[in-house]
Design a protein around this ligand. Structure first.
Ligand code: DHB
Length: 458
């Protein structure tokens, strides 16, 4: 394994009317035995001023935090990137650009993904870990403080960031890391930033039906590939079939048992539970999270229009909230009975395009599908690692109040389990934000500076 410390280009990047100069190490292969050479590589960027002894924001060559975002989405192969305009909004700078402006070292690994050979679970998390190990292996040559590594991602990327935070140094991944020749180094991280993590997949179906209980209409975007392979989206509205409605009622019944098995407690130490009907203190807790979101918006926006499910005192009616936010996915939301979902594909094999990963979908499979092994499924779920591995001390989790891709319960359970374990967790449901990330980079970087001693004034 090598790192070409002289193999760099000095580039001036521009975005949003600003310029910055960085030393760019492009396409560093972070494993010894790549299984997919196109994706097992990363770009590393360092503020050029550090090489002449300069400082940015109170940071310097060895002291800068290492911001390590993934662009993973949909559990697809994730490309690396360069600082520049935001992909989502070209009039703004992307996270890499903003991180460098702020004085961080930025490392953006490409990761294997589900649609390629060798890309099924747990390839994406194995690669993320391998990239961290690479930074530590070449600590002397790669600037930045490797005890201040912060991962970040959105959706599937948010799930991977959470998994990085939860599963530091776990031996469970050792065989996979060895297989692809990852460095023999630690892979625990300092902090994890997670936007709308599509995580806890084996319980996400039940959580979804608990949230959208009795909501049978759905609204989603249907993607088609045009000639030339460009995606186009058309809205698709419908009502779940009788069979899907039956599945919804089956699945929602499974949620209380799982939730209660976690033994979660609120900030005052009170147990958060659900009765067999899905009602109870955990539901009140979720309503409270949404109420806080609404309250923050009401305080800061003079034109705030109170939705019908919110009383004047900001009390939330969860069933009405769910009806209004609307269902996006039909039941089951993740483990498709015909193995049609991205997550089925994630848990496929070289021979099988997809597999089930929940007992319910396996038993009710419409295509007689196989079931992925519990160990493999567990490798993708941070919930099982929090108390068993080197867990990141600091977490920031954001799940838009208007997100319908997964239940609010999924991020809430993650945040609570982390808090109950003793981690510092900054968790919030930003008002009217759909399934998305990087919409509050200023706050994200202020959080990082608060943890890493940045002055925050440059
Ligand atoms: C993503 C979104 C989903 O709804 C899902 O099921 C998996 C991944 C994503 O945007 O990454």
């Amino acid at each position: 394994m090598t790192f070409g410390k002289n193999n760099y280009v000095i580039k001036t990047y521009e975005a949003n009317g600003a310029k910055l100069t960085a030393r760019a190490f492009l396409g560093a292969v972070y494993v010894d035995k790549p299984l997919d050479a196109e994706f097992q590589k990363m770009n590393i960027f360092v503020p050029e001023i550090y090489y002449s002894g300069g400082e940015v924001n109170g940071y310097s060559l060895r002291k800068a935090p290492v911001f390590m975002p993934t662009l993973a989405g949909g559990y697809m192969p994730a490309v690396t990137a360069e600082p520049g305009p935001s992909f989502y909004n070209p009039s703004e700078a992307n996270a890499l650009f903003r991180a460098l402006e702020r004085g961080y070292v930025a490392a953006c690994p490409a990761l294997r993904g589900r649609t390629r050979r060798f890309g099924k679970a747990p390839a994406c998390i194995v690669d993320y870990k391998a990239a961290v190990r690479f930074l530590r292996r070449f600590d002397g040559d790669i600037p930045g403080d490797k005890e201040r590594i912060i991962t970040s991602g959105t959706s599937a990327g948010g799930a991977l960031s959470a998994l990085m935070g939860a599963s530091g140094n776990s031996k469970d991944y050792a065989a996979y890391l060895d297989e692809t020749g990852a460095a023999d180094e630690r892979d625990d991280i300092f902090a994890a930033n997670c936007y709308c993590p599509i995580t806890n997949l084996e319980n996400a179906d039940a959580a979804y039906e608990w949230q959208f209980s009795g909501v049978y209409g759905f609204h989603r975007m249907h993607m088609r590939l045009n000639e030339g392979g460009r995606p186009s989206f058309t809205p698709e509205d419908g009502t779940m079939t009788d069979k899907q409605a039956l599945v919804s009622r089956d699945l929602e019944k499974l949620f209380p048992q799982y939730l209660n098995s976690l033994g979660l407690k609120d900030e005052k130490g009170a147990s958060l539970t659900l009765d067999a009907d899905g009602d109870g203190s955990f539901k009140r807790y979720i309503e409270g999270l949404i109420a806080v979101s609404a309250g923050a918006e009401a305080d800061s926006n003079r034109d705030f229009v109170r939705p019908c499910w919110l009383t004047g005192g900001n009390a939330v009616n969860f069933a009405e909230y769910a009806k209004n936010v609307t269902r996006m996915k039909t039941a089951p939301a993740f483990d498709g009975l015909s193995l049609e979902s991205p997550e089925n594909n994630l848990f496929g094999t070289d021979e099988l395009t997809g597999r089930h990963f929940t007992p319910y979908a396996y038993e009710n499979s419409a295509v007689n599908g196989d079931l992925a092994g519990a160990f493999t499924v567990g490798l993708m779920n941070p919930m099982g690692y929090i108390s068993k591995s080197a867990c990141a001390a600091h977490w920031r989790i954001r799940h838009g109040e208007a997100d319908r891709d997964t239940s609010i319960a999924v991020s809430a359970m993650l945040a609570l389990k982390l808090k109950n374990h003793g981690c510092a967790v900054d968790y919030h449901l930003p008002w009217n934000i759909p399934h998305s990330g990087d919409y509050d980079l200023e706050e994200l970087f202020a959080w990082i500076d608060g943890l890493c001693g940045g002055r925050g004034d440059d």
